[in-house]
Design a protein around this ligand. Structure first.
Ligand SMILES: Cc1ncc(COP(=O)(O)O)c(C=O)c1O
Length: 420
């Protein structure tokens, strides 16, 4: 190997090979895409399955008598983890669902009208962009996406670029806390503060943020946004199907139930109409939600701080090594700083057949890693933007051998897929 960058430095904390045993990820897969759907530790998955078993053993006892109490306990644990008042937080199956609840409600209750503007950016997740497209088309509002600079320097400068696009018709501002195609941590606090000053409703997509950001940074009430949707099944390591929706006190009454059930005009009413209306949506399997406290316990293992730091350092090194192989200049995209990215990093790729490359990495090398573009894989909105990234997630179970395998595979495949 002739990399000019030195080998991976020793890092304190448990050996990733041992951590890998604690997960269910297959040994024959080099799994570098934690970002898309997460991965769940064994202990959390076993908790999940034991809740499912308990439900099936006595469904009436479980769903008829215990459901609300169990959900309330799990919600309280999650609320503490994300810095929320437990009465302002509901479980939803995923961030997309939560965003639908918010967007569809705001269209009626804000209300959003003809000529009003929904402002977002061109780095949002494709499905969420579609939610806003759908709403805009239905009410005659305008969806405008700020084009983020192709070179990022400071979070303050980026916040100013975004703010310069606001105008008096901007009613809703929707932004990812951590972007999907580019893995960037957005200057969310500054933008939310300014939105509050201007009376613009803020809807934050935190699909990636909890568990990827430090617990001390991810405090929902302190953030002051109107609505935040997020996932527990990505970086919080919960089983699939566990997301949340946070609403600030001023926003709770404006949310309409997406599914009308017993909680609408609840008889007798509980202490919170918000919880009544959104807390029970019909017969369901709540095992993923009820496993969230176990995932939180897993994350709070003191070693996890060391593990995340090791992952973040490795992610930065991977970015440099990928740049050497493909001949890109990642610093021209964003500085090598934890202000901009953590253990998930987007490595810029020069012009190439990115989908072909992703397919080859998987099919020929068993390396699971996405090549990303703005707006998702097939999207007319961003069809003209030629930029592509290799988005690498480094998780506690990622070994140095996994990263070397990626780099070796990329070195082999790149000449086939690069466009000169
Ligand atoms: C930024 C962002 N928002 C929303 C989502 C949607 O998450 P889910 O499919 O769990 O709703 C994703 C998924 O990767 C994402 O990256």
């Amino acid at each position: 190997m002739n990399y000019s960058i030195p080998p991976w430095p020793h890092a304190p904390g448990p050996d990733p090979r041992e951590i890998k045993h604690q997960f269910l990820i297959r040994n024959d897969v080099i799994f570098l895409n934690h970002g898309s759907f997460g991965a769940c530790p064994r202990v959390v998955f076993e908790t999940y399955q034991s809740w499912q078993r308990e439900l099936e053993e006595q469904p009436v006892e479980f769903l008829g008598r215990r459901f609300l109490g169990l959900m309330s306990e799990a919600r309280a644990k999650l609320a503490e983890f994300v810095g929320s008042d437990p009465d302002g937080l509901i479980f939803v199956p995923n961030a997309t669902y939560g965003m639908n609840v918010v967007a569809r409600s705001l269209a009626h209750t804000l209300p959003l009208g003809f000529g009003d503007e929904i402002l977002t950016t061109d780095h949002e997740y494709g499905a969420i962009d579609r939610v806003w497209r759908f709403i805009a088309q239905h009410v005659g509002a305008r969806l405008r996406r700020v084009t983020l600079p192709s070179t990022l320097s400071t979070p303050e400068e980026l916040a100013e670029t975004i703010l310069a696009e606001w105008n008096p018709r901007t009613r809703i501002f929707s932004l990812s806390w951590v972007t999907s195609p580019t893995a960037l941590v957005m200057p969310i606090k500054m933008l939310v503060e300014e939105a509050r000053r201007r009376g613009v409703v803020t809807v934050i997509d935190a699909a990636h943020a909890p568990g990827l950001l430090d617990e001390s940074e991810f405090r929902l009430e302190a953030l002051g946004a109107d609505f935040v949707v997020g996932n527990c099944h990505k970086w919080m390591l919960a089983p699939k199907g566990a997301g949340f929706l946070y609403a600030a006190p001023r926003g709770r009454e404006t949310l309409e139930p997406f599914v009308v059930s017993w909680g609408y005009q609840a008889d007798p009413p509980g202490r919170s109409r918000f919880l009544d209306q959104h807390g029970y949506t019909g017969t369901t399997d709540p095992a993923a939600y009820l496993s969230v406290p176990t995932a939180i316990e897993f994350l709070r293992n003191p070693d996890w701080v060391l593990i995340r730091e090791r992952c973040r350092t490795r992610a930065a090194m991977v970015r440099r090594r990928v740049a050497e192989i493909v001949g890109s200049e990642p610093e021209r995209f964003c500085p090598d700083s934890s202000q901009w990215f953590r253990q998930m990093v987007a490595c810029p790729l020069p012009s190439c057949d990115a989908l072909g490359l992703q397919k080859a990495l998987w099919e020929r090398h068993r390396v699971e890693v996405p090549c990303t573009r703005l707006g998702g894989s097939i999207d007319a909105v961003h069809a003209d933007d030629p930029r592509r990234w290799l988005r690498v997630s480094v998780q506690g179970y990622t070994t140095d051998h996994d990263l070397e395998t990626l780099l070796g595979a990329l070195r082999e495949e790149w000449p086939r897929y690069a466009r000169t």
